[in-house]
Each structure stands twice: as structure tokens, then as C-alpha cells.
Ligand binder design. Structure first.
Ligand SMILES: *Cc1c(COP(=O)(O)O)cnc(C)c1O
Length: 414
């Protein structure tokens, strides 16, 4: 995938003539991405084929409805595109049903609420502070405003999901939906345990696999598909895909999910993005992708070890995925200050909170790192010690950050 890191040649296209300011900004972003280390856990790199599809004529086509049942003329070609994307999604994940129209992972999640819950219904999800997502019942999101969130959490001692507490909470509140899947929980999830809890309370089990789906596709994480009623996916995280969402589900849920996406939540689907998703699913079924998915996990584990050796523990003592939550307390910096310090040194991460953080949510005591981008760029085991060094140096020594940035620029070939 390293060849995909090359700059997109926007300068030579109509864009530079039509809108030099935007062309310049895109050029600056390309330079920023090429000269600094991208460790934002939700990012990856779209493949050249995906980028070509995104810029194609398909983006101009209106196709409200579904293949064979559209509200617009001229849909024969895009019908085939969507059928192919659906078929590839089903094959890749071994799912009965797939919907490739959701504009993003969040919208795919909203479709789950639309299909399986009524306003006010209890929904059981991982506490936001413990790695849950806004779309799992935050008051700032429609999910927390229109439904009644109930939270499960992590155990204090090992910082892993407390399945016993989850079961007890489910039995008390009888949620209509149980959600699992996280933006920062880096451990494998026990899908069989969740299935049994969901069965006991007759809840729909929803796996929000926004972060996880690429690893599952590549065989680097256990699949929730055999256990969950419904699985939602983001195609831009870990995958080499476009910004977009998809839904996988058991056959019995197909009809309600179709209606939930269109017309309940969306209008015309982005057909260029659907073509790009079809490409993404095909690319994700290759041995090359499987190797990358495993490498991303290996790199995250190696970086976690390198950082532990330098005094920065990983939450739960390690990771099973491409991401890790790193406690930066030993640097004397908050998570927010640590992320800013690393940015100065050319290392781009997100600030984060620890599961039982005593700092404010705005500051936090952690950073979250993800290894999808670096892995796609060809960084490997031997680089993780170096990156661990750079991170530790930048966090401990403000005067060394410029030098670290210089070294990173050289390593990135600038
Ligand atoms: C990123 C993420 C989402 C949202 O995905 P988008 O594609 O950005 O809308 C939903 N749930 C989880 C757990 C995520 O990490």
C-alpha cells in the first residue's frame, strides 16, 4: 500500500485553475500527512482505486431507492454497482444481509435505532468514559436525547468489560438494544457472552464495528457476525476505503433495516462512494489486506511494549487491536497537553481519558494511538521502538521536540 501515499496530482487538474485556494489547502494537507506521523486511530489511507471511484461520474447519479426499485430513470448501471457492493459485503463478512447506503458509520448506527427502538426505550451501551461512542447514548447525540441510555463499564482492576455487571444491568433494565463496539477499547470482545445476555433479556445485539470491521475482514479479530443481530461498519477506518458506512445483519432484520436507511434517514445514496465500498470489500478479501490487518495489530502491540518500557502503560496492559490507550501520567502532562506536545514533534494523536480518570474530560490523562496509517505506509516492528523513543522524548523534553520533528520528516522521506 505504500505507493498509495503519493500525493494526488491535484495541481495539474481543473481544480488548480478553478480554485487555487482550495488546491493549495489540499496540497498543504498532503504535505502535512506526508511529513508527520499519523496515529489517529480512526484514520487509514484510501487506495488509488477507491480514490478514482470517488471522483467518478457515479457521484452525479441520483438513485433514491434500492436496486430494481428506484425513483429515478437511468439507474441500470448504478443498480449493478450497488448489487456488487452488497454481494461483496455479504461474502466478506459471511452475513445474510448487507446495506451499503449509509453515508457514515454513525448513520448506520442511527438506522439500528430506527429499526429496533422506539423513542424512550432503554439502550444498554458501554459508558462514554470507558470507551463508548457518542452515538451510544451521549446526551449530545440523538441517541441520548431520544432513547434512555443505560451504561455498562470496565472493571477497575483489569480495565476490561465487566460482563457480570453487564448481565445484571441488562436483567434489571431489560434494554431493547445492547450495543458493543468502541472507539478506544482495545481488547477482543466476548461475542458469545454478549449473545447469551441478549438472548436472556430478548434484546437486539448490535455490534458497532466502526473500528473493528477492517480487522475482522482481515481475519485479525474475532467476527461478531455469527453472534450479533446487526453489525455496523465504517469503511474509512482500518479499511482502505472511502468515508462511509454499511450495515450487516441476519436475514430476518433485512426489511426493517432497508426502510430505516431509506427513506427514514437518507435520500439519494452516494453512488460513487458505494462503488468505492465495493472496491474496498474486494481489496479487504485479499491476502495482502489480511497481512496488513495482522501487521497493524502487531505494530500496536509492539508500540505498546516500547512505551511501557519507557514508563507509559497501556490501559488494560496491552492491546488486541490496531489501537491502544496510553496513560501519560508519568510525563506530568495531561492527555490534552501530551497530544499538543506530540503535535509539535510531528506525531499526530488524539487526547483521551482513562477509564477511571481523575482529570477532567477536557484534559484527560491519556492519548489514543492507532497504527492503521503507519502500517499501510510500510512501518513495521523495528520502527515501533523508534516511534516509542520519539514519543517518550517529546513528552519528557520540550526542547527536543523540534529535533524529533526533523528526524520524523527525514524518516517520512520529506
Ligand atoms: C468512528 C465511530 C463511529 C462513527 O463512524 P463515522 O463513520 O465517523 O460516522 C461510530 N461508532 C464507533 C465506535 C466509532 O469508533
Amino acid at each position: 500500500m505504500s505507493e498509495t501515499v503519493g500525493p494526488q496530482d491535484f495541481s495539474a487538474t481543473a481544480l488548480r485553475t478553478a480554485d487555487p485556494r482550495i488546491a493549495d489547502l489540499i496540497g498543504r494537507e498532503t504535505t502535512r500527512r506526508r511529513t508527520t506521523l499519523q496515529l489517529v486511530a480512526s484514520e487509514s489511507i484510501a487506495s488509488p482505486a477507491v480514490r478514482a471511484a470517488l471522483g467518478s461520474d457515479l457521484g452525479d447519479k441520483y438513485a433514491e431507492g434500492y436496486p430494481g426499485a428506484r425513483y429515478h430513470g437511468g439507474c441500470d448501471v448504478v443498480d449493478e454497482v450497488e448489487e456488487l457492493a452488497v454481494e461483496r459485503a455479504r461474502d466478506l463478512f459471511g452475513a445474510d444481509y448487507a446495506n451499503v447506503q449509509p453515508i457514515s458509520g454513525s448513520v448506520a448506527g442511527h438506522a439500528v435505532y430506527a429499526a429496533f427502538a422506539q423513542p424512550g426505550d432503554p439502550v444498554l451501551a458501554l459508558r462514554l468514559m470507558h470507551g463508548g461512542h457518542q452515538t451510544h447514548g451521549s446526551r449530545a447525540n440523538i441517541s441520548g436525547r431520544w432513547f434512555s441510555p443505560i451504561a455498562y463499564g470496565l472493571r477497575r482492576d483489569d480495565e476490561r468489560i465487566d460482563y457480570d455487571h453487564l448481565r445484571e444491568t441488562a436483567l434489571v433494565h431489560r434494554p431493547g438494544i445492547i450495543v458493543a463496539g468502541s472507539s478506544s477499547y482495545s481488547r477482543h470482545i466476548d461475542w458469545a457472552a454478549l449473545r447469551s445476555i441478549a438472548d436472556d433479556v430478548e434484546a437486539v445485539l448490535w455490534c458497532d464495528a466502526a473500528n473493528l470491521a477492517g480487522l475482522v475482514a482481515g481475519g485479525a479479530a474475532p467476527s461478531p457476525v455469527p453472534y450479533a443481530d446487526v453489525v455496523t461498519v465504517s469503511t474509512q477506518k482500518v479499511f482502505w476505503g472511502p468515508r462511509g458506512g454499511a450495515i450487516l445483519a441476519r436475514a430476518e432484520h433485512a426489511a426493517v433495516l432497508q426502510k430505516a436507511v431509506y427513506p427514514f434517514l437518507q435520500g439519494g445514496p452516494a453512488m460513487n462512494s458505494i462503488a468505492a465500498k465495493a472496491i474496498t470489500f474486494a481489496e479487504a478479501s485479499t491476502p495482502e489486506f489480511a497481512g496488513y490487518a495482522q501487521d497493524a495489530v502487531d505494530n500496536a502491540q509492539d508500540l505498546s511494549v516500547a512505551l511501557a518500557e519507557r514508563g507509559f502503560r497501556t490501559v488494560s496492559g496491552g492491546t488486541d487491536t490496531h489501537l491502544a490507550l496510553i496513560d501519560v501520567t508519568s510525563s506530568g502532562l495531561t492527555g490534552r497537553a501530551a497530544a499538543a506536545a506530540l503535535a509539535e514533534a510531528g506525531i499526530v494523536v488524539d487526547k483521551a481519558v482513562l477509564p477511571f480518570d481523575t482529570a477532567s474530560v477536557a484534559d484527560g490523562s491519556a492519548i489514543r494511538v492507532g497504527l492503521a496509517v503507519l502500517t499501510a505506509q510500510g512501518f513495521g516492528t523495528e520502527d515501533m521502538t523508534q516511534i516509542g523513543d520519539w514519543i517518550a522524548t517529546a513528552l519528557h523534553d520540550a526542547s527536543a521536540r523540534a529535533e524529533v520533528r526533523e528526524q520524523i520528516g527525514q524518516r517520512c522521506g520529506s
